[in-house]
Design a protein around this ligand. Structure first.
Ligand SMILES: C[S@@+](CC[C@H](N)C(=O)[O-])C[C@H]1O[C@@H](n2cnc3c(N)ncnc32)[C@H](O)[C@@H]1O
Length: 274
């Protein structure tokens, strides 16, 4: 195919991808891809002078037609203002999780804390906490070696040092002396799979999304850490708020649920009552 001007290529994107996405989504994919591939800004697109090679974009269009997430196609996303490599080895960092990180940062600045991130995935929580809480010492665990390799790359790329360990939290014993534990565990039940977007279910690791018993992670983490750890922060599935409340009421602890910007109860903080 011969060279195309940006607006002609934008039109190709629209024609090819309209069966799968809204026009707004398609234009946003287009802008992300021309920026990444040819360094074009929005005004470069509008001015419409630069020649682009459509063959270079064909692969991306095919992947988008197959409903692969744009973050895997460009291989990068921004989380808490930091760049993270993204690919099928780990879950794509979500905006809700930025709110969890921000909650922790707001409440724990300027203290030398020993922190553990359970189920670190891409490392987004551990790395952004390390950047924001300069005095913290951060460890992170995951059962997926692939995810840990990606998380390690992300730590290096962002210039932080994190102690990564391969641990199955449901099986193995871990050091239980932390000041702060954070976890965004797999919290989707398999019954929800049917109603989920294919972009998620066909590409993101099921090990990161689903659990036979989504409460198992909360139970286990509370069981291990509620003795010595000052505070535990979780991301949660709002379908399980009442179950989690029942579970917490059996323990001698205080807790607080928090909603995300979309008004879904999404976060939970648990701390010891002394
Ligand atoms: C919902 S993802 C969260 C990833 C990342 N922390 C984030 O917020 O984007 C859950 C993570 O838990 C990990 N995981 C699943 N089962 C685990 C287990 N038994 N022990 C430790 N980690 C586990 C998955 O590999 C995945 O990386």
């Amino acid at each position: 195919l011969s060279a195309l001007k940006p607006l002609a290529l934008k039109n190709t994107f629209k024609k090819r991808l309209e069966p799968f996405y809204s026009v707004g989504e398609i234009y946003s994919f287009f802008e992300i891809l021309v920026e990444k591939t040819d360094g074009l800004s929005r005004s470069d697109i509008i001015v419409n002078r630069i020649d682009l090679d459509p063959d270079v974009y064909e692969q991306a269009i095919k992947r988008l037609e197959a409903r692969e997430p744009i973050q895997y196609i460009v291989g990068e996303t921004i989380f808490y203002n930091l760049p993270f490599k993204t690919d099928k080895r780990a879950l794509i960092p979500r905006p809700e999780t930025e709110e969890l990180v921000d909650w922790i940062v707001q409440e724990n600045a300027n203290t030398p804390l020993k922190i553990l991130d359970i189920g670190t995935g891409s490392g987004c929580i551990a790395v952004s906490l390390a950047r924001a809480l300069k005095q913290a010492y951060i460890s992170a665990i995951d059962v997926s070696n692939e995810a840990l390799t990606l998380a390690h790359t992300n730590a290096i790329q962002n210039g932080v040092s994190i102690d990564f360990q391969h641990v199955d939290i449901l099986k193995k014993d871990v050091d239980e002396f932390y000041d702060l534990v954070v976890s965004n565990p797999p919290y989707i039940s398999y019954e929800e799979l049917e109603s989920m977007d294919e972009t998620v279910t066909a590409f993101e690791p099921h090990l990161a999304l689903f659990s036979q018993d989504p409460l198992a992670f909360y139970n286990r983490i509370l069981q291990i850490f509620l003795k010595n750890t000052t505070v535990i922060y979780f991301e949660i599935n709002n379908r399980f708020v009442s179950e989690l409340t029942a579970l917490l009421e059996l323990k001698s602890c205080s807790f607080e649920f928090k909603s995300d910007v979309n008004n879904n109860v999404r976060f939970l903080k648990v701390w010891l009552t002394r």
